[in-house]
Design a protein around this ligand. Structure first.
Ligand code: HEM
Length: 432
């Protein structure tokens, strides 16, 4: 697939990039990306004998990731999977659903379908519409901080705050009743965190690819059944939530096919919380590591938007997406052929010193901060205003009610190549 001169990644480096465990060992992974951006910014990852994935180009520089993200005609989200997947998983998914992905949703559609689907909810997710949710999100934030204070002074911030809070917000906007939230949480973690034994809740340290696929397929089916019922309710009794918008939407005069409708709910339900949980936990880790910063923001709230934005860059919850070349093209000096698969690595792009001074430093005053954590181009995150708003409201509430904060143990990262971030963050705090 590649030209003879293609830069092929040495096996050990290639393994590191596709091994979910590497994403739990953040610093050494960042060292690897530093080397790759210097030495081979667009490099081919090839399977060794018996390895179960298709070759792909690993793209590590900010400017290349940006260029690919914005050129949606040349770099497609279909037909190859949009998330790095093992061949077995793709095959299974084809058998189970006739598609490369278990869920067909916004992220796997290209033009001309993608813009039509995206338009359905775009306005709903704009700040003007979201403003009407501010009070509700404030009360969710307050209830979350009530629970934190009641459990203090030493807690796991992920378990108590950054995990449940965004889940609760996104379930409110989807109209999922509170009693079903734990089920949704478990299902998302099966979909996104399938590689992490702690998160998938199976207790199995080393699942085979087949077992992971079965786990994920079961989660998708449960989601589909769940949302089919919700859509029927919203058609009968529409409200102003996004669930009603999706249930009653038409494209070219027809309602959405059932699978696409389920996909729409699933992408909002899943994309909307583990991501924001990760950036929220990251923000808290940065603040807890530097207690003076907590005091400074308490005194000057104008610092908060900078903290939120920097936390999103610094944590980069969505670690990669994949694209497929629609035609022969050159990128980073490499000849990419039509049909080739590419990994745009947001973790690496967001730590590119050509774009960000001292990229590993958490710098709340970083300006400009044009990070790629939300992607760019036609697929740029639909929920980015919501994510920022949720984080801002939560930290305003925490700053009002918490006097001081510090780390109380070693934070742990999730084992995942896709959506990553902290899975535990022990903190000690003093309420105001
Ligand atoms: C800090 C939190 C978040 C991060 C880091 C994040 C990141 C991303 C990224 C990287 C993409 C793909 C962009 C691309 O391919 O160019 C994406 C797409 C998407 N995100 Fe987010 N996201 C976050 C929060 C949310 C929230 C709160 C929601 C909704 C409730 C959401 C819904 C979506 C949807 C629906 C898409 C697909 C858009 C499309 O393909 O047109 N995300 N997000």
């Amino acid at each position: 697939m590649a030209s003879k001169t293609a830069a092929v990644l040495p096996t050990d480096v290639a393994r590191e990039v596709i091994d979910p465990h590497s994403y739990a060992e953040w610093d050494s992974l960042l060292d690897t990306f530093d080397r790759l951006r210097d030495e081979s910014p667009v490099a081919l990852v090839q399977p060794e004998d018996g390895e179960l994935f298709d070759p792909f180009w690993l793209v590590t520089r900010y400017e290349d990731v940006m260029r690919i993200s914005k050129d949606n005609a040349t770099f497609l989200n279909n037909p190859r999977p949009v998330v790095f997947s093992l061949r077995d998983a793709i095959e299974f998914s084809r058998k189970a659903t006739g598609s490369n992905m278990l869920v067909d949703s916004l992220v796997v559609f290209d033009a001309p379908i993608h813009p039509k689907y995206r338009r359905l909810t775009q306005d709903w997710f704009m700040p003007r519409n979201l403003a009407k949710m501010e009070d509700e999100i404030h009360s969710i934030a307050n209830a979350t901080v009530d629970r934190l204070i009641a459990a203090g002074p030493e807690v796991d911030f992920v378990q108590l705050v950054s995990g449940p809070y965004p889940l609760h917000v996104v379930m409110q906007i989807l109209g999922v009743p509170e009693e079903d939230e734990p089920r949704m949480q478990m299902l998302t973690q099966k979909l996104f965190g399938g590689q992490d034994a702690d998160l998938s809740g199976t207790g199995m340290e080393n699942m085979t690819p087949d077992q992971v696929v079965q786990l994920v397929a079961g989660a998708v089916q449960t989601f589909e059944e769940y949302f089919a019922k919700l859509a029927a309710q919203r058609r009968a009794n529409p409200t102003d939530d996004v669930a009603s918008v999706i249930a009653n939407a038409t494209v070219d005069g027809d309602p959405l096919p059932e699978r696409d409708m389920a996909g729409y709910y699933i992408i909002v339900a899943t994309a909307g919380h583990d991501t924001t949980s990760a950036s929220t936990a990251g923000a808290m880790m940065a603040l807890a590591q530097d207690p003076d910063q907590w005091a400074r923001v308490k005194a000057d709230r104008s610092l908060l938007p900078g903290i939120v934005e920097e936390a999103i860059r610094w944590t980069t919850p969505v670690q990669h997406f994949m694209r497929t070349a629609a035609k022969d093209v050159e990128i980073g000096g490499q000849s990419i052929k039509k049909g080739d698969w590419l990994m745009i690595n947001y973790v690496s792009a967001n730590h590119d010193p050509a774009q960000f001074d001292d990229p590993r430093k958490f710098d709340a005053a970083r300006s400009p901060n044009r990070h790629l954590a939300f992607g760019a181009g036609a697929h740029q995150c639909l929920g980015l205003h919501l994510a920022r708003m949720e984080m801002k409201i939560l930290f305003e509430t925490l700053l009002d009610r918490i006097e001081s904060i510090e780390l109380a143990g070693e934070p742990k990262r999730a084992v995942s190549t896709f959506v990553g971030g902290l899975k535990t963050l022990p903190i000690r705090f003093q309420a105001s």
